[in-house]
Ligand binder design. Sequence first.
Ligand code: UDX
Length: 445
Amino acid sequence: MNLCIVGTGYVGLVSAACFAETGNNVCCVDVNPDVVKMLEAGHVHIYEPGLEELVKRNTAQGRLTFTTNIKEGLKNALFAFITVGTPSRPDGSCDLSFVHQVARDIGQNMEDYTIVVDKSTVPVGTADKVRELIQEELAKRGAALEFDVVSNPEFLKEGDAVSDFMKPDRVVLGTDNVRTAELMKALYAPFARSREKCIVMGVRSAEMTKYAANCMLATKISFINEVANICEQVGADVRDVRMGIGSDSRIGYSFIYPGVGYGGSCFPKDVKALINTARQYDYEPQLLASVDDVNDRQKLVLARKIEAYFEAQGGVAGKTLALWGLAFKANTDDIREAAALKIVEYLVGKGMTVRAFDPVAGDNVSKLWTAGGLDVVDEQYAALDGAHALAVVTEWNQFRTPDFRRVKKLLRAPVLFDGRNLYSPTLVAEEGFAYFCIGRRAAAE
Ligand code: UDX
């Protein structure tokens, strides 16, 4: 089948490469000519394991092409996917100007019946608006073309994007049109091998499903972070509590890892957006508002532990902290809403110097951080030299079993703050570290 995919961010490029891999002809449209040039040369502008290989192979075999010209992209395309960004506005609502612009572009340039697929995460009601804008543009040019608008939210995770797309838990298809649903199912058949994996529903329910899924996962994380904070107070260990509750199949083990709060491009934005939508309808979403508040507080839990530890030594001002991990999670260079940035901002604000290392996100932080007080180094152990303590903020594999003797030698004092509960408290204590983690009182307290 012929597909046009507008927007080559995470969702757009991963979808395009995976659809091309299963034999479709996919033309990607992006407004940025530099990005198009890079992609044509087989270079991927985002960090995502396995993606570059897929893009290279399908580009070389002629199934995957790139253009800045939407007219060219839409030529012969049965499906037009909208996969552009929907950034947050300061009030938490979604900025839909890119989505709306693409809808207008489609209306102005489509030449035949087209199934327009909303894959960007968009508030309930957006598909109706997209339909209206396309209709308006068609009317302006007197074109009586038929089209359909489907909501098809994407659930892939950064870092696992290709495998999540290739083996989805489910494919949500929001449409009332039976034929369109069948065509969408055929497109997804190579990925959703069992037909039950395609869940067909109304457009608004599909739009809502994406928010409900992300808000549910964010709620699990804020819940366990709250439990972790209470564990510290009462002398329990959240790692045991997690096992104790996760073994109940109704609860499950996943997404109940306590840590430094959720970050990334989706959870913070989507929780805020659903709160905003609910309030537009005069409904106060108390639970979601708390999920968001608990997360904001959690992002500073580690920084506050560091501050409290150094209080007895004249405060954090003038001290140096080595920090491992800047990305919002492992296996990505994405630093959007990353807890590490909040931690750095807080501690640098109190006069501390931070020397940080991340396997891939360092450059992104260096470009963004102009305020001083932060030095990004390109080797893990180079961050430690003469620092007063080490804080681990992202769970990269290479941080999981470090050479503790070397760490101890390089640091001024063996003090370890673990924002991801990566280490065994017993073993690090044996190595002579003062060890502080999440949801468990430090041994000395
Ligand atoms: C998320 C959803 O998982 C995905 O389905 C959706 O399409 C986009 O948003 P992503 O943002 O890539 O994906 O990351 P994810 O792996 O879900 O992690 C989100 C944040 O939660 C990270 O900051 C992570 O560190 C944190 N997290 C996750 C926890 O703190 N504890 C957990 O148990 C799980």
